[in-house]
Ligand binder design. Sequence first.
Ligand SMILES: *[C@@H]1O[C@H](CO)[C@@H](O)[C@H](O)[C@H]1NC(C)=O
Ligand SMILES: *[C@@H]1O[C@H](CO)[C@@H](O)[C@H](O)[C@H]1NC(C)=O
Length: 886
Amino acid sequence: MLRLVVLLICTAAAPSDSRKDVAAGPRLDNDQLYKFSYRTEVLLDRARGSKQSKAGYRITSDVSVNLVWRDPGSHDDQLIQLVISNVGVENTADRSAQENILQGSTAESLMGSGPLGALTRPFMIHLRNGKVKAFYSYREEPATIKNLKRGLASLLQVQLKTGKVIESDVSGRCTVQYQRTEGQVRRTKLLEACQTPETSFTTHSQVMGVTKKASSVTVFTLRDGFIDSAEAEEVHILAANSRRSAATKVISRQSLTFVGRAAGPLEVTGKDVARVVASVDAKLAAVGVMAEKVRPQCKGCPTLFEHWQANQHQFEPEMLSKAMAPRSFLALIQSIRKATKAEVLKVLKSASKTALPQVVDAVTSAQTPASLDAILSFLNFTDAKGLVLQERFLYACGFASHPNERMLQALLNIYKGKIGSSEIKESVVIIMGALVNKLCHKGGCNSPTVVQVKKMILEGPESTEVEAEIQMFLLALKNSMLPEAIPIFIKYAESEVGVYCTIALSALQRYDVKLINDQVKRMVNRIYHQNRRIYEKNVRAAAADVILSSDPSYEHVKNLLLSIGSLPHEMNKYMVSKIQDTLRFELPASKVVQQAMKDMVSHNYDRFAKVGSSSSYSGFMARTADVSSTYSLDILYSGSGIMRRSNMNIYGASSGATLHGLQVAIEAQGLETLIAATPDEGEQDLESYAGMSALLFDVQLRPVTFFKGYSDLMSKIFSMSGEPMSVVKGLILLTDHSEVIQLQSGVKASAEFQGGLAIDISGGMEISLWYRESKTSVNNRGALVVTGNVTVDMDFIRAGMEVSFETEASLDFITTVQFSEYPFLVCIQMDKTTFPFREYLTKYESVPSGKNFVSRKGRKQLVPGSEFPLHQENSNMCKKVFDSDW
Ligand SMILES: *[C@@H]1O[C@H](CO)[C@@H](O)[C@H](O)[C@H]1NC(C)=O
Ligand SMILES: *[C@@H]1O[C@H](CO)[C@@H](O)[C@H](O)[C@H]1NC(C)=O
């Protein structure tokens, strides 16, 4: 009953409301000319501001507005004419005459009479209820000029009622919040959700990505039913997540102020808007209020080939450890992105043999259709001799910042065709797994190519008997991170072949803990406790890693602790070290480990005092406000003193996201005969083998073999070159964010954030029978550059700024073992050299006449080198090892 009464009141109230004729938006009086002054400016600065003046410019003008036609049936349906006149272009900063690029110029001398004539030509908007329904201008006017007019039209769009609506303006289709208070309306545009026709892309990895913040507020004051003033401010901040001080800020303002009224043209009569517009000026066309794309005109810009010729020496291998290499790499990518297939091919064909691998990195990283076509027609996968270039292409695909289905399809086609080298075939499949992960992450998991590749790799391990192929598919699945692969890993973790077990277990460790179900947990416990059969030590150690990293139960931890004391010597030591590291570094399992230890301490204390050489250690590598980077180093020896497994990891974390930066795992087995020692239990029949597998920026790469089989081992030992083997080398595009910001003023800002890394990772293992010493080394060299560049280009004036930082670093990890006595002497060294860190800030302005202003600021510092702390025992042993050398 009550509801009925409410309903009746509502329906009764409705008609009286509409009869009162409340204005929905501003209304113009007939036969009146409204005069305004208008200015719009765009400024560029660092996010926190800087001492230097901001880069930017301001356009000023007069604007007159009059009513052309009004729908007799609805007062809020108006056709309005706007005329811009008296245009000026100014500096936004106080500059000396010498630094003022606009000194002595006029709007006409800057823009040219054609564009200025277009800007001052009358245009019309159809306003309905305060919103721009149509925008009429001459079709052939330059896009930048039309966009400026659209910017003015967008400023005028306002509703008088509080509420949230979706509306279109020059920036696109956006959700807008209106807030009406006494004599004033506040318009807040929610920029995150605007839909625009502009294409943009950003990096897959969040840690290396870019964070955006944007706001847009316009405040209107009203007088006599129309706008008295409109003040808009829009701010966009883009920051590199890896260093948030490397940020750019774009501030755009529009200000429209009422100056006065005069008698204006008479209202036109007509039936509808379209006919009225045509009767006033037949050349006015409805060209849409959303901004149109502006083709970047680059007058006098070098072609790709010219750019390449001027910079090619930067791509020679000897330049790769310097920050100039990734800087040149980023510039080359920008140039390739604008080039055609033929132009890209020309560069590939003209590059020197030594620079070519770096060019392949750049062409592949560019990720445009033309660059992909060029590289595919350049490489010949049937040729087994082209291994280096082919693998560089494949790895660059794996590291791609924003891969698409077409790239995956290209790899699938290569796989289906004839491939000259079996290593390349392995890499193709492994990298397809990485692309599946990236495409699924972007929501493309059901696209036809992804579905096809998923099926292929999921069915892969069962489709073959060849060990290398099964391994290849397992590695592809490890890269794919598909939840559907978990049952496959469960199966292969318990297989008879050690290498399948370690791949499967290391893959399971990458999954979100939520996906690690009871079935996985039971399986890893079975392996660790050898419930069904004997496993190799490194497999059991890998199982222990999974147990501890996947939210273990009290019971599981207790059983793990109880096993300590009855494990093979070195594994005992490894587990003690692992538990201590978990507690010390407060790894996720530390709480439950602590609890279990407390309950057991009375009768188990002696278990934790085992001798041995194996170890597990985690620490901080670098901790800044933006990114924290941690490392872990686990080493497991066999009873004979030969390293069985070493696993080094580096992780980066930034605001909740993590990046598995690096994993280098070295495995060695079956070397006991060499030093006349006894193999451990369950490891008597292992073939001699040593190899290394790396995971870089979340992408597992093809493992490399140091030697396999006794004869290979012997030949390598006697021809010991001591040269480490290259695992991965090249230029990687780590950060990649490209965006066109369409400002409400009609001006466009193009933002480009790119980060490049030149990297060289190599590793090796040496065994000296004479000194009864073995040495394992992993050498990492890198140079990193990140640049953020924002430009506002208006054909007749350009302003921009660039922030960048760079560093060159090296990190060596060397393990020396002397196995002439037990316990062996082991010394692990993890050193980073002193490295430079440089930051730059550049602001620039230029006009087509060639006049320009550039201000550059730089800051350099040296970060001292250090040895990363490992356990105390290690330091003591290093002293012994190196003392005994002398
Ligand atoms: C690709 O390499 C193979 C093997 O070296 C050669 O026979 C073939 O002609 C090459 N194809 C092209 C298009 O160069
Ligand atoms: C930044 O952009 C401007 C304009 O496109 C360009 O001239 C300049 O070279 C760019 N800088 C970098 C580092 O890409």
